[in-house]
Design a protein around this ligand. Structure first.
Ligand SMILES: Cc1cc2nc3c(=O)[nH]c(=O)nc-3n(C[C@H](O)[C@H](O)[C@H](O)COP(=O)(O)OP(=O)(O)OC[C@H]3O[C@@H](n4cnc5c(N)ncnc54)[C@H](O)[C@@H]3O)c2cc1C
Length: 371
């Protein structure tokens, strides 16, 4: 039997869930499909038997300055306030990442660090974020030394591991995501609202999708079940190249492998995330217990190994920005514009790195266009 629905939404990740909720609250019927066995997309998390909540697709910290987004999500979860701090293992020490003035004083003799601090502030200002590629252009001898040090010890090998490319071979937008921070603020993010969903992100999205106008169907591949529905509009937050059967070629992504280890320890490391730019094959280690307080003598830790995305073998994580992929994506975008009543959105539909707040904003804008 064919089921009639106004909106068929592919993907129960944050993009699909927010869109469904907004359309449902406006009185429209929605079916949300996901080929996975659970909702939440890449924000999915689950409770390990020892009580630790594990983020299956990598550590997720919600952050935003936008009160509207914060208030909207707060309808579906309580929050655990959490200011994310990352450390990097550099020259045998754990220093704050992004590299900041505290990192500087930890790694250099105090007098020399003070000289470098003065020059950094003079040239770029206090509390300013400077992309490493900008810092490397400086003419000052001391700053140029510092720039090369940071480039080599923090960025170069990390980028090679993460992307399989040298920093200058990458689109500058990628390097700008982790700047050098001329500040004493050790937090990884500076947004006003920063938190972890207190009962997990999966519970947040289950609550969001719990509405009389929304039906969720899991383990449902769009191409396999779409004929069972008669819909007015299709919203697709899956990979845009896959939708068009890779007719122009596959869009490149980087993937990740998480080697998850359960340990009989109350704590494994001093911060939730420690980066290893120069040592080991993994890029970083996440200890999930830091995100939500829990008294347990066990902990769960993920060692993160980047690799190329291979269809059928691993997951898509990061789009690889650059001229070639932009040209390829443009071809898909043109094909998408010819589709009637089909809308591509989310990180895979838009082939963009979206953090959670951007995905929500994008879904807000799409809903507004429809209502
Ligand atoms: C390692 C890593 C860490 C991150 N950490 C943070 C963080 O700390 N803070 C932050 O704000 N953001 C973070 N992000 C970004 C965050 O993961 C994304 O913003 C978010 O996942 C985007 O959601 P989405 O719904 O667009 O896509 P997804 O979460 O990928 O959801 C898409 C869904 O569609 C389903 N689907 C796809 N195709 C089909 C199909 N054909 N049929 C049926 N179902 C289909 C998929 O199974 C999936 O569930 C991180 C990203 C990565 C890679």
């Amino acid at each position: 039997m064919i089921e009639k629905v106004q909106n068929l939404i592919v993907g129960a990740g944050i993009s699909g869930a927010v869109l469904a909720r907004l359309l449902a609250e406006a009185g429209q019927s929605c079916v949300v499909l996901d080929r996975r066995a659970y909702v939440g997309g890449n924000c999915y998390d689950y409770k390990d038997p020892c009580g630790v909540i594990v983020h299956k697709y990598g550590p997720h910290i919600f952050r935003t300055d936008n009160k509207e987004i914060w208030d909207f999500l707060s309808r579906f979860t309580l929050w655990h306030p959490y200011m994310h701090k990352v450390k990097g293992y550099v020259d045998g020490q754990e220093v704050p990442i992004p590299f900041n003035l505290n990192s500087l004083y930890q790694l250099f003799p105090q007098q020399y660090a003070a000289r470098l601090e003065n020059k950094l502030v003079e040239n770029f200002g206090f509390n300013k974020k400077v992309p490493i590629l900008t810092l490397r252009k400086t003419q000052d001898k001391d700053l140029s030394f510092l720039a090369e040090y940071i480039y080599e010890k923090v960025f170069f090998h990390y980028t090679l591991k993460q992307w399989g490319l040298k920093p200058q071979e990458l689109d500058p937008s990628v390097m700008e995501r982790v700047p050098v921070f001329i500040s004493r603020d050790d937090r990884y993010f500076q947004e006003k609202y920063q938190a972890i969903a207190a009962n997990g992100y999966t519970a947040l999205f289950e609550n969001m999708l719990n509405h009389p106008n929304i039906k969720v169907r899991l383990n449902a591949e769009f191409s396999a079940v779409s004929k069972e529905y008669e819909y007015e509009r299709l919203f697709y937050s899956g990979p845009i190249d896959e939708y068009f059967d890779y007719s122009f070629g596959a869009l490149p992504y980087r993937s990740l492998r998480f080697d998850l280890r359960k340990m009989d320890l109350t704590q494994y490391q001093s911060a939730a995330v420690i980066n290893y730019p120069n040592n080991y094959d993994y890029t970083r280690v996440t200890e999930y217990k830091h995100f939500l307080p829990l008294s347990s003598n066990k902990t769960v830790v993920a060692f993160e190994y980047p690799s190329d995305f291979k269809l059928g073998e691993n997951e898509r994580y990061y789009p690889v920005p650059g001229e070639k992929s932009a040209a390829l994506y443009k071809q898909y975008l043109e094909a998408a514009r010819k589709e009637k009543n089909v809308f591509f959105f989310g990180r895979l539909g838009g082939y963009k790195y979206y953090d959670m707040q951007t995905a929500v904003k994008d879904a807000f804008a799409l809903a507004l266009r429809m209502l």
